[in-house]
Ligand binder design. Structure first.
Ligand code: HEC
Ligand code: HEC
Ligand code: HEC
Ligand code: HEC
Length: 164
């Protein structure tokens, strides 16, 4: 007969604890357990499926040519100072799969769709709306716009300003 010795019951407890830990540390079962974390694609990659948002963004949002603002002022700035501009004027600088340099990642040089909606590679591959961020908050703007400024342009009415 198999009886539980103190050792095997302790093992079992440890095993159960591990299993529970694993269960809770893995993503919910209906999400993309096998999908790698998303990376940045650049706004042009969104155009085929979101032609209207893309057209309005390119036409009206200053973000869509925000790299030009750096170019405009770069004279007299050190390389390090210019790098400091990338955090807000490009897409995903300093983040996984984000802007690195004009030569390496030209598609991410401006602040594009993904500065608000987050990295979109998984969503763009499937069109699955749950794979992209759509509920945005004040905090999503404050990474680049100071909270004073966000309050000044009154987030709610102007949330589409700067977007599409
Ligand atoms: C292959 C087509 C395709 C591409 C490429 C694509 N999308 Fe989508 N997107 C969809 C579909 C389909 C939906 C769901 C239907 C709808 O709302 O139009 C959607 C919905 C969305 C939504 C709303 C999500 C919601 O919860 O309602 C956002 C935001 C979005 N896309 C952003 C993006 C961004 C940003 C990109 C580029 C990085 C992008 N999409 C690229 C097909 C695409
Ligand atoms: C990654 C940084 C970043 C994030 C996040 C960001 N912005 Fe911006 N935004 C900019 C930059 C940079 C400009 C100025 C571009 C230029 O003129 O070169 C700008 C410009 C604007 C403008 C000026 C008007 C125009 O025509 O573009 C508005 C309004 C604006 N953003 C709203 C928002 C809102 C609302 C959010 C949050 C939902 C947001 N932004 C998130 C970087 C960001
Ligand atoms: C913390 C985020 C942040 C950093 C860092 C940053 N910017 Fe900006 N920049 C913005 C935002 C946001 C705006 C839009 C201001 C508004 O309209 O509210 C802007 C606007 C501008 C504009 C004005 C564009 C216009 O049409 O009036 C220029 C030029 C500019 N930035 C250049 C630079 C340069 C050059 C650097 C680096 C030395 C830099 N910025 C660093 C966030 C940033
Ligand atoms: C400044 C932030 C910002 C940028 C940049 C931005 N969006 Fe959005 N997007 C929003 C907000 C805010 C909503 C509305 C969410 C809501 O209704 O609560 C939205 C909604 C959407 C939706 C849902 C349908 C709709 O139009 O309401 C799609 C699709 C979408 N965005 C695609 C894009 C694409 C494609 C780009 C780039 C070409 C882009 N967005 C750039 C902030 C942004």
């Amino acid at each position: 007969m198999h009886t539980l010795t103190p050792t095997s019951s302790r093992k079992r407890i440890i095993f159960t604890a591990l299993a529970v830990l694993l269960m809770y540390s893995s993503p919910p079962s209906n999400s993309y357990a096998a999908t790698p974390p998303p990376t940045y694609l650049g706004s042009l990659a969104c155009q085929p499926c979101h032609a209207d948002e893309y057209r309005r963004f390119i036409t009206y949002a200053k973000k869509s040519h925000s790299f030009e603002s750096i170019e405009r002022l770069r004279h007299g700035l050190t390389a390090k100072e210019i790098e400091g501009c990338y955090r807000c004027h490009t897409t995903g600088y300093g983040k996984r799969g984000g802007f690195v340099s004009l030569a390496a990642t030209p598609q991410l040089k401006d602040a594009g769709c993904e500065v608000c909606h987050g990295p979109g590679s998984n969503h763009a591959a499937t069109g699955d709306p749950s794979a992209i961020k759509s509920q945005l908050d004040k905090e999503d703007c404050e990474a680049c716009h100071t909270s004073d400024r966000v309050a000044a342009f009154r987030f709610k009415p102007l949330i589409h300003g700067g977007a599409h």
